[in-house]
Each structure stands twice: as structure tokens, then as C-alpha cells.
Design a protein around this ligand. Sequence first.
Ligand code: ATP
Ligand code: MN
Length: 469
Amino acid sequence: MPQSIERSTIRMIRDDQVPPGPVHVAGWVRTKRGSKKFSFVHLTDGSTPQTIQIIADAGLDGYAEMVAPLTTGASVKVWGQLVESPGQGQKYEIQAERVELCGLADPDSFPLQKKEMTYEYLREIAHLRPRTALFSSVFRVRSLVSFAIHEFFHKRGFQYVHSPILTTSDGEGAGETFTVTNFDLEKVPLQTSPGSGVDYSQDFFGQKSMLCVTGQLEAELLTFGLGNVYTFGPTFRAENSNTSRHLSEFWMVEPEMAFADLQETIDLGCALIKGVVRKVLEEAEADLEVIVKRNEVDPRPWLKMALEEDFKRISYTEAISILQDSGRSFEFPVAWGEDLKSEHERFLCEEHFKAPTVVYDYPRDLKAFYMYLNEDGKTVAACDFLVPGIGEIIGGSQREHRLDRLEQQLQAKGIDSEHMQWYLDTRRFGSVEHSGFGLGLDRLICWLTGMGNIRDVIPFPRVPGNCSF
Ligand code: ATP
Ligand code: MN
């Protein structure tokens, strides 16, 4: 068997890209069973949820050293003949002619055995869980979705821009930021006048710096030079929310469009979600099958619905009426001016509309300073996308592009505009209405896969109290 033959992935074989005949694969043993005469090894290589069956004859050269010791998790390279399989559930199998054992996985200590493990336990061994069928499927879906998002924007002529991760602007004014400092924390310099706090002018950047909570403000600057843009990167929030939908480090997609109002942003969000759903249903069927088998929740009915139905669109004021008329007793109060909590959001999309729902025009006091003040003077042109099973996955708005209004808003929210002059310059020079949103990738993946906890859709979750791996 020539060792020079190029390696095929199991996916290539499954996709009929490899003709029957000589073949070379490499991967990890998922299961092995056998008799005195043969071993049947199911090999996985991460390229697809499917495995390929390797049949190794006990008469093979090196069988005792290379095949007999194989157990779940061991890595091997295999050369042989790709032949049609008489067995069910697979078109092809490989008759091994040469097996090279790369690394053993001692069954007494390798934690991933056949028995079902809890999600909590698997989180503790997040360095190994990509090797399980479930998590490799989840992470493949995540990869596919990321690609689909780029493809969606690329086809529509959006420029992909990189907003900074290190920043001195607290985009949301929420204060839930991680400070970045180079100070020796044992000897933090204080300002000379007593009681005036840390002297950040001596820090690395000469002022207080943070990890970004959003890339929106910078995306706004870029849309005025590049037309439609989007960012796609990690964002960081030091909110102490120990929920199944919050991470301290999560990935956000933030399109920004000049010359576009709130409705155009809502249209874009609907199209993006539908586009991603279509891609997942078309190309991740086998992965979804693996995921659904392990979970109680099957997302496919709601995905099909999201594809076929128009998303419901209601104003915040209408949403409050619906909640008040629902006859439900909610834990948190329902009244005009109160924020919608997860229970309210989920009632609207899961029970009332039974469809993805967009709520727009929120009270100005609930939302960030940069949102466009509507004619009524009470509401801003903001929108939240709510989906069954999750609640909010998108938050967006038309931006306040009128300098005087924006300055009033900054003042009303008690934000010092001195450090925001660069932002206000967009409104001073060639200002125009513009809008955009932030889509949380991780929440989107939860919704697409039916995974119940956001910690299980990102390889290495960062949450309060845990930054391992
Ligand atoms: P929530 O009220 O659910 O905390 P938010 O209003 O703080 O969300 P935005 O600031 O509008 O959210 O952010 C836009 C999107 O980013 C959200 O719709 C959500 O999908 C995602 N997102 C926000 N915070 C987190 C987080 N801590 N972990 C994961 N995704 C998040
Ligand atoms: Mn939040």
C-alpha cells in the first residue's frame, strides 16, 4: 500500500468524492468490536457526524501491536481499500491493509466512555468534549452558521469591518465592562487630590481602558465611510448573570447601515435569520439529528415555522396590552415603562404569536442614549427580536443622527460627552439616518440546535467564576 496516497476525510467519502479503491483516512476510534478473526473499528475524524467502519483482518501485518490495543479515543492512520458495505446505514467501509496506531487512550483513565454523561460533567472536561458526537455536531453547526452569516452579508455587499476589542468607550453606558490594566495591582497609583481615585493617566493607554461590550459605535463611524458594514467578533460583559443565556465572552454580529431606518433594519434581521435557518436545515441535517437525539427539545418545527412564516411585528405599547390582557400572572410587573423580562418575551413569541416576534418602539428611558427619539417624544426607534425557546436574540435600533437630540440624550443619561466628541463628529459632518443591530451568535446557536444552555454552544465558556481552558 503506497503511503503517499492523499488522505481523505470521512465527509469526502460520505459525499461520494472518493471513488472505491485505495484510500487513506485518519481519525479517532469511536467504538471497536471484534472477533478472533476481525476487528470492526468505527472511526471519526470530525469532518462529519458520521463514522466510517474499518475492517481489520487479524492476519494483517502488525495487527497485534497496531489494532488489538485500540480502544475508544485512540488515534490511528489507516490505509486500505474503500469498498461498498454490505452493512446497513453506510454505503462504504474500508478494508484495512495497513494500520498505524498514533496514540492510545487508556480506557481506565480516558473520561469519555460510552455511558451518557451529564452536560455539567462535560463542561468540567471542556478540553475533551469536542470529541463527543454531541459537541462535535454543535461546534460544526456553529462553524456553518458563522460562515452563513459572512456569506449573507457578502452577497448583499456589506463590508466586513473589525471594530476594536480594547477600547476606552463604554458603548452601552451600562458599566458592565471588564477593565484592562497594566498596573501592578499591589501598587495602583492614586490621583494626588485625596479621594479622587485611580490615576489612569499612568496606565498603559494613559486612560481607563476596557474590553468592548459592543462594536456598534465604531461600526457607525465605518458605515459613514464604507456604506453598509458589519462586525463579527467577541464582546465582553462583566454582568453577573448566572443564566443559561448569558456569557461573559460572547460573539456578536453587528450590521450597520447608513441611509436606513428602523424598518430596514428589522427587514435585514428577518432576512438574516431566515437565511441562516435555511442553511442549517439544508446543510446540517445530520448534525441536527445527533443533537436532537440527545436533547428533549427538537428545534426543527420552530425553524421550519421561522422559514415559512412572516415574523410578527408589534410595538412595545401593543406588547404591553397583550401581556396585560393575557390573564397571566407574571413574576415581574407588566406596565408601560417597565422592561420586558424573559418571561414576558417568551410568552409573546411562544404562546401568544407562536412565531418569532419583533417588538419595536420602546420607552426611551429603557434604552441606550444613541437611539433615535420618535415623534411622540416618549419612545425610541429600538427593536428586539424574540424567538421561541430563548427570548431575545437581536437588539437593534435606528440611531439618533440629529446632533442636538443626541447631545440632549447624553446629558439626560448623565454621560460625559467630553470623551465622545469623535462619536458626535459623525453627526457634525454629513450626518444621515442610520441603523443596525446586534445579533448574539451564541444565543442564535442555542435556538438553532435546541441546546438548552449557552455554555454548551461555545467551546470554552467564560462565565462568572469560570475562565478555565
Ligand atoms: P439581555 O437583556 O438578554 O441581557 P441585552 O439587552 O443586554 O440582552 P443587547 O445589549 O441588545 O442585549 O445585545 C445584543 C444581543 O447580544 C442580544 O440580543 C443577545 O443576543 C446578545 N447578548 C447580550 N448579552 C449577552 C450575554 N451576556 N451573553 C450572550 N449573548 C448576549
Ligand atoms: Mn444584557
